[in-house]
Design a protein around this ligand. Structure first.
Ligand code: NAI
Ligand SMILES: N[C@@H](CC=O)C(=O)O
Ligand code: NA
Length: 436
């Protein structure tokens, strides 16, 4: 057996404690798979006396994370602290010191991945991060390696477990957002402060990472149009149900196509709630599960499904990366680095082509339908279907548009809101996952 590889783990919370547990429990198998023992050499924590989900062997705990990553004998560093600093400085110090790094830190990768990739390149070391998107689901490696010979045209993902749980509850039990969130918190899915989940920040970071890999470009969280689910009402969910659809928070990255269907250079990257037909594979993703639907020219449609959150599932992805990085290290090689040669522009949301579902309470009298249709026409938006529900004071029109720019669609909705015959625009939701 070759000499052991020494691993430092930074952070011993939900993910870190499971990484430490698996490193211990699977030590023999890991050694066989890597060709050398993978030895836990230190665990950096904030407080030595904190309660933990795992027993860390005596003498391995330290509050000096910088001292740990710059130790001469450390070969591999696993960063599961989260956040921007000190995680970034610790990763940079580890790479500079000659260690390879595995991280689950989507926030940091989406904010400043370029700095990390450049440092890994300069150091000739690996930087792997499968756990950063959709937890245990293998999706980054397939995009980076398995699909490297194909042309990805679209990635559509449910990449936040908390929001999927909330929307699923609203759909299946008719619960309102606040009640569903309370249940998610009680079950431990959502954070005590769930802002990153429900406002879409977490999904936006993941969308940036997915878009970067799918389209060989550098996309940051700031490039991603982001809307969360806090404004999704029980009425929106009911309206979707009436259409045979379901509301999901989607992370979408797609190549823009011109009228002939030819892909142009720019990409659209966005996170927002959308209605998708119940027949779409993503509609069957329930509770806190994640799934990523990928469309590519040669392969066609692929779906990756599984647990996107939780300590043990996320640790599974971390350990998978660790084995790859450890094998590379042992063989004196490195895996593929960043591939951002395409340098594609990211379209502003207003220029992105979308479809809207709009439900409008109207006065039930002659000419109303024509006036509503006229508002769409004035903005160059073509209507796909229109349906009237109810009569008299209860009359409601439900319009689904064809594709148009998001700017034209939102201007149409603004105009509808100002019309005398419109009592209220009760639901506005984008529509995805359907053929035009
Ligand atoms: N929990 C999950 O389901 C998933 C988490 N991730 C990512 O994994 C990373 C870790 O997440 P969790 O384990 O859930 O967070 P956590 O909050 O449970 O654990 C982080 C730990 O790092 C410690 N820490 C903070 N600053 C430190 C420092 N300077 N030195 C040493 N330790 C420090 C904290 O005390 C805490 O114990 C984050 O980047 C997160 O986004 C990714 C996918 C899923
Ligand atoms: N809070 C996230 C955890 C994983 O990234 C989620 O709910 O999916
Ligand atoms: Na993953």
């Amino acid at each position: 057996m070759n000499s052991p590889l020494k691993v430092a783990v930074l952070g011993c919370g939900s993910v870190g404690s499971q990484v430490v547990r698996l490193l211990g429990e699977q030590a023999d198998d890991l050694a066989a798979r890597v060709g050398a023992r993978v030895e836990l050499a230190g665990v950096a924590v904030r407080r030595l006396d904190a309660a933990r989900e795992v027993d860390v062997p005596a003498g391995l705990l330290t509050t000096d994370a910088v001292g740990l990553v710059t130790r001469d004998d450390i070969d591999l560093v696993i960063e599961v602290i989260g956040g921007i600093e000190p995680a970034r400085s610790l990763i940079l110090a580890a790479l500079e010191n000659g260690a390879s790094v595995v991280t689950a830190n989507k926030a940091l990768l989406a904010e400043d991945g370029a700095t990390l990739f450049e440092a890994a390149e300069k150091a000739g070391r690996d930087l792997y991060y499968e756990a950063a998107v959709a937890g245990a689901i293998p999706i980054l490696r397939p995009l980076r390696e398995s699909l490297a010979g194909d042309k990805v045209t679209r990635v559509l993902g449910i990449v936040n477990g908390t929001t999927n749980f909330i929307l699923d509850k609203m759909d299946t039990s008719g619960a309102g957002f606040a009640d569903a969130l309370e249940e998610a918190q009680a079950l431990g899915y959502a954070e005590a402060d769930p802002t990153a989940d429900v406002e879409g920040f977490d999904a936006a970071a993941k969308a940036a990472i997915l878009a970067s890999l799918a389209f060989h470009s550098r996309v940051t969280a700031a490039d991603v149009h982001r809307e969360g689910i806090t404004d999704v009402t029980a009425g929106d969910v009911r309206s979707a149900r009436d259409m045979g659809s379901v509301v999901k928070l989607l992370a979408i990255a797609e190549l823009r196509e011109d009228a002939s269907g030819e892909a142009e250079g720019a990409i659209s990257v966005r996170v927002h709630p959308a209605m998708i037909p119940r027949s779409h594979p993503l509609a069957s993703v329930r509770e806190a599960y994640n799934a990523v639907f990928v469309e590519s020219e040669a392969a066609g449609q692929l779906m990756f499904y599984g647990p996107g959150a939780g300590g043990a599932p996320t640790a599974s992805a971390v350990l998978g990366d660790l084995v790859t990085v450890a094998r590379n290290h042992r063989q004196g090689t490195r895996g593929v680095g960043e591939s951002a040669y395409a340098d594609r522009a990211v379209l502003p949301m207003g220029e992105t082509l979308t479809r809207y579902h709009v439900a409008i309470d109207v006065d039930d009298r002659a000419g109303v339908l024509a006036a509503v249709a006229q508002a769409f026409a004035e903005h160059g938006v073509s209507i796909q279907t229109v349906r009237q529900e109810g009569r008299g004071d209860d009359a409601q029109l439900v319009v689904v548009s064809h594709e148009a720019t998001d700017a034209a669609l939102s201007a149409t909705v603004e105009q509808l809101r100002e019309m005398d015959i419109v009592r209220e625009v009760t639901s506005v939701m984008r529509v995805e996952g359907t053929d035009e």
